[in-house]
Design a protein around this ligand. Sequence first.
Ligand SMILES: [Zn+2]
Length: 324
Amino acid sequence: MPAISHLFFTHAARAWGSAAGTGNDGVLVRKRGIWYNEPMILFALFAFLFGACMGSFLNVVILRMPKEESLWRRGSHCASCGTPIAPYDNIPLVSYLVLRGKCRSCGARFSAQYFIVELLTALVFAATFWHRFGGVVPVLMLGQYPAWAVLKPALLPWVADITLMSCLIGLTWIDARHFVIPLEITVTGTLIGFAVTAWYPAFRYEETSWFAIGAAGMAMILGAGLLAVVRWLGSLYYKREALGLGDIHLMVMLAMFLNWPEILLVIVLSSVLGSIGGITMRIIHRQGTWRFEIPYGPYIAAAGALVYFWGHRVIEWYKGLCGL
Ligand SMILES: [Zn+2]
């Protein structure tokens, strides 16, 4: 740890100096002929490590939530031999590589899921941190502003980013395997998304909390309403559950993060992705009959993530096309 704290203070001091010296906002630091954001690299690394830990927790959620097991009561253990996993063998990302994905005591293979989920979550945390805090960290280091006024516009949207993405990663894996979207996940996402909406309305490009909550409500009525109609029509036509209740819960959660035009985009995009996925599965498995047991959740989740990050560009483009 001394090495890291030393690195941190050196970087903090250097960023402060460069920011104070250059007279600009200090976002860019020049070194060896290239411009880059030096303290941000270190902070993004912390975000990466935080994300890896969250990914590790998500793996526990993915493994235990469908089985209704407690997330907290029992420590990590090998699914094959039951041996408790020692803390030094439970380090996110590192342990999987060191042990080459095998249990130390019985040698059973651990699924690559553990590593993929940890890496994906870590990358998402770091990338969104970089995006949200790009201009904030150096400004905070200058110490000229009330810290919260500068921090809030970056921190609250980042909390929304990592909450939404963690929920989507967790429920995608669970739905793909068990055809169920746990209510615990969608409720957690809905509550945190609502809190950010109410506390920081600019997150939804609104001026007041009430307008932001109204926008969330409108997105929810549209998204969940449309899906409920599809579910009803599906059950009428196929005489079976065509769309799970979990998919509607997922839509309610997405509505806490997206406005109604983006929700429409999610519905269109998820049905396109779902059709592509369904046709691909049909070709791979050479099935003559159409499989209806394809979980729709992962497609809504994928569409939701894409629209959350890039949807506004599509909507701007569409508005321009219509001359709005
Ligand atoms: Zn084992």
